[in-house]
Every structure is written in structure tokens, then in C-alpha cells.
Design a protein around this ligand. Structure first.
Ligand code: 5AD
Ligand code: SF4
Length: 448
């Protein structure tokens, strides 16, 4: 006979979600947590305590994939000792048909393999996974994404997806294959979610999409990203910050720049991936802009929003990138003077066009180039930050500093990290900080 007393009471059931990769994954994990909390599970911090462990994976580069394998390797033993535990592989890696099947073969103990587009089906998948006795798979690329529960990580900063998927097929990128075609959320849904967040005291909303600038193109009603930004900006007077990412240069309009300039709440920070400074490589990457087009956007941003910060993503070692192409990237970095750059070594991803190319760049050449690029950008970071010395910056406090227990950490509207000494817990509050010291990656100040 089945002994009910053997079943853990709801309050005792524990879950842990490990999230890798981008903010879209963080946002998806908040939905998974929303479901689990709704089912009576409570969050724990370590794997040994969890009855359900979800690994929300990233497929963007090989390194992200390898991190997951090493984690799974460690979990094999845990599952042996705790056979009732459910281990689910979620996210972009799990959604990649070829990789997911390989993982299933290698790590037979995984109970569920599924990805972002199955979020609405999560409760039924979980139930199946608990009783199937074999790995449950759902790699369907289509799924409804509205009215999902969300358990947000903190009470003042929120991720709000405005679109899912991507239609761009940049030749190096796996995202369109694992997250499917671009689908914009209805504006009224985004508006209602934001209104609710403001009502609940949230201070910052980051609008998420792989290419926020093409928002609305697939909708029946006539609305673009600038219209959406303006509408959201009007929801609050000045106790909210609105951020957004990621922007694609090919769709970045002057209307958006003017909307940021005119908005009260829209932060003056634009993350605009350049990827390469060489027109030849940009063409091979299928980015659909050239360096002059990119430079014109930068000029417009700096003319219309003079106090803005601009950050970027750059890939070195794309197949066929020669010394001349790399020199053009270095030259563009010097010309634009980004506030910061995320730099990546090109990583071939199975299924993408660039991975098939024969003219892959040697690993040591890639390494050499990224070192040179980082050196240049670090100097520029520091020089750009220098101009803030002595200024007073409004900072939204994010919590205690991770490295110094006497310090708190916050961010400026331009997304610069600021550390400052403080004894009172000001997390979630806006506060003015006078900048006293400059570093490459952050600023040090005192409360003004
Ligand atoms: N290799 C290296 N970097 C990549 N990115 C995307 N795909 C790859 C890849 N295959 C980078 C791009 C993108 C950022 C999120 O990751 O610069 O903007
Ligand atoms: Fe990938 Fe390009 Fe889409 Fe960005 S825009 S997610 S780099 S395909």
C-alpha cells in the first residue's frame, strides 16, 4: 500500500534553480520559480537540500556549454545518493536538438530536458518527469508566454521581456535556432505588468528582447519600440528607471534616441553591439550594417543625448578575420570610445553558418587579439570614468558590496557601478553619491 506519510509535506519540498547566461535566462528562471512556489516548494541555496534541481543553461559559447557539463558530472553522485530527486535541464542548451540528445546519452540520470518555449507547459512536464522513469523531452519551439507566474529575485529591480526569439540569424549565433522566431508581447500586457511593478514599489524595469528595436513589427497594431518606451515613461513621474537591452544597430532609429532624450525615466545608457569594425566581417556575420552606419548612430546619440553612456559587444577571431580586419575593429574602438565593452573570442556553434566555414582563426591568434583589444578598452574605460571624478551621481542602491562588508553598491543612470561606505541598509533607494575615486570597472564615492 502507498504510504502517504512517506510523502514530504508541501512546505518541506525544496527547489534550487542554477541560472547560466543572459538576463533572458534570469527572467525565465523567475517564471520557473513562480511555478514552483505556487506548487508549495520553497527555495534553498545548495544542491544537497533540493528535491528539484533545475539547471537553466546557456548555449551562446562553448565555455557556457562546458560549465554545464562539469556541473552535471558533479551531480551524478548526488543523484545516486538521492534517487527521488528530480534534475531538469532547461534553457538554450536543452533546446538545442543535437546538444540535448548528446546530453541525454551522456547523463542518463536527467529527468527532464526542455527549454524556454515550453515555460507554460512546465507544471505538466514536471509531473511527467516525476513519474516517467525515463528522461522527458519537450523541445517544441512554440509556446504561449503570457499569464505565467513570476517570483522576482528582488523587490526593486525587475526584468520585463517585451519580445521572445530572434529573426536575425547573425551567422555566428545560435539564439534563433534555440529560442525560435521573434514574437512581440502585446503592449497592454507589458503596460499592465509595469503598472503592477510600480504599484508594488519597484524602482527599475529592464525591458528585454534579443533585438528590442524591432519590437512590434510582428504585431497587428501599429506600434514600435519608441512608442512603447514613451508609453511606459509616462506611467511614473520620477521614481522609476527604465532600461532596455539589447539593441541592434540596423533597427536603431532616431525616434528611439529622441524618446530617450525626452523621457524622464528612461536611462541614458545604450548597449549597442558593434561585433566587428570591419565591413567585410560584418557582412560575413550577416549584421546588415557597416561601420559608417554604426558611427552615424553614435554621432546622433552623442548629439541628442550628450550625457549618455554607450557600451558594446565585440567578437574577435570570427572565421576569416585577418590582421587588417582586426585593426579596423581596434580603430573603431578608439574612435567610438565606448564606456565599456564585453569582448568575446569567437566560438563555433553547431548549426550556425559561421561554424561551417573553413577559414577558422587559430586559437592563439584569437587569444592574442582579445588581449590587445581588452588592453585598449580598459584604458578607455578608465579615461571615460575619469570625467566623472568629483561629480554627483544619482545611484540606485543594489545592496551590500560583494567584496567589502563596509560598502554598499549601486548603479548610476548610465549603468556605472558605484561603491560607497554606508552603515544603514539603503537597498532599493535612490541616493546621491559624490565620486571620489575612479577605477576601470567601477567608481568609489561618498554619500553627498
Ligand atoms: N562566439 C562568440 N561570441 C558570441 N556572441 C554570440 N554568439 C557568439 C559566438 N558564437 C556574443 C555576441 C553577442 C553576445 C551576447 O555574445 O557579441 O552580442
Ligand atoms: Fe544572435 Fe544576432 Fe539575434 Fe543577437 S540579433 S540574438 S546576435 S542572431
Amino acid at each position: 500500500m502507498y504510504d502517504l506519510s512517506m510523502e514530504k509535506s508541501k512546505a518541506e519540498r525544496k527547489y534550487l534553480i542554477l541560472t547560466y547566461g543572459c538576463q533572458m535566462n534570469v527572467s525565465d528562471s523567475e517564471v520557473l520559480a513562480g511555478y514552483l512556489e505556487g506548487m508549495g516548494y520553497s527555495a534553498v541555496k545548495n544542491e544537497e537540500e533540493a528535491d528539484i534541481l533545475i539547471i537553466n543553461t546557456c548555449a551562446i559559447r562553448k565555455k557556457a556549454e562546458e560549465k554545464v557539463y562539469s556541473r552535471l558530472g558533479m551531480l551524478r553522485e548526488l543523484k545516486k545518493n538521492k534517487p527521488g530527486m528530480i534534475i531538469a535541464l532547461w534553457g538554450c542548451l536543452a533546446q538545442h536538438e543535437g546538444i540535448a540528445r548528446k546530453i541525454k546519452e551522456r547523463f542518463k540520470f536527467i529527468d527532464l530536458v526542455s527549454g524556454p518555449n515550453a515555460l507554460e507547459r512546465f507544471p505538466e512536464l514536471l509531473e511527467k518527469a516525476g513519474s516517467a522513469g525515463k528522461t522527458v523531452f519537450d523541445l517544441n519551439l512554440l509556446g504561449e508566454r503570457e499569464s505565467l507566474p513570476v517570483k522576482r529575485n528582488d523587490g526593486f529591480k525587475a526584468w520585463v521581456p517585451i519580445s521572445h526569439g530572434c529573426n536575425n540569424f547573425c551567422s555566428y549565433c545560435v539564439v534563433p535556432y534555440v529560442r525560435g522566431p521573434e514574437i512581440s508581447r502585446l503592449p497592454e500586457k507589458i503596460l499592465n505588468e509595469t503598472k503592477e511593478l510600480i504599484k508594488n514599489g519597484f524602482k527599475e524595469v529592464t525591458l528585454l528582447g534579443q533585438n528590442v528595436n524591432s519590437y512590434g513589427k510582428d504585431l497587428k497594431q501599429k506600434i514600435d519600440f519608441a512608442d512603447l518606451l514613451r508609453t511606459l515613461d509616462q506611467l511614473d513621474n520620477n521614481s522609476l528607471r527604465i532600461r532596455f537591452m539589447t539593441s541592434h544597430p540596423k533597427d536603431f532609429s532616431e525616434k528611439v534616441i529622441r524618446t530617450i532624450a525626452e523621457g524622464k525615466n528612461i536611462c541614458e545608457h545604450i548597449h549597442l553591439p558593434l561585433q566587428s569594425g570591419s565591413d567585410r566581417i560584418l557582412k560575413e556575420m550577416n549584421r546588415r550594417y557597416n561601420r559608417e552606419f554604426y558611427w552615424k548612430i553614435i554621432e546622433k546619440i552623442r548629439t541628442i543625448i550628450p550625457n549618455s553612456s554607450i557600451t558594446t559587444d565585440i567578437i574577435v577571431g570570427f572565421p576569416g578575420e585577418d590582421e587588417e580586419d582586426f585593426a579596423l575593429t581596434m580603430e573603431m574602438v578608439e574612435r567610438v570610445r565606448f564606456d565599456a565593452a564585453f569582448t568575446f573570442i569567437y566560438s563555433p556553434r553547431k548549426g550556425t553558418k559561421a561554424a561551417e566555414k573553413r577559414n577558422q582563426v587559430l586559437p592563439e591568434v584569437k587569444r592574442e587579439r582579445i588581449i590587445k583589444l581588452n588592453k585598449k578598452q580598459n584604458r578607455i574605460n578608465l579615461e571615460k570614468n575619469q570625467s566623472l571624478l568629483g561629480s554627483i551621481q544619482e545611484v540606485l542602491v543594489e545592496g551590500k558590496s560583494k567584496t567589502d562588508i563596509n560598502m554598499y553598491t549601486g548603479r548610476t543612470r548610465t549603468n556605472k557601478i558605484v561603491h560607497f561606505p554606508c552603515t544603514e541598509n539603503l537597498t532599493g533607494k535612490f541616493i546621491n553619491i559624490k565620486i571620489k575615486e575612479i577605477r576601470t570597472w567601477n567608481l568609489i564615492g561618498i554619500i553627498d
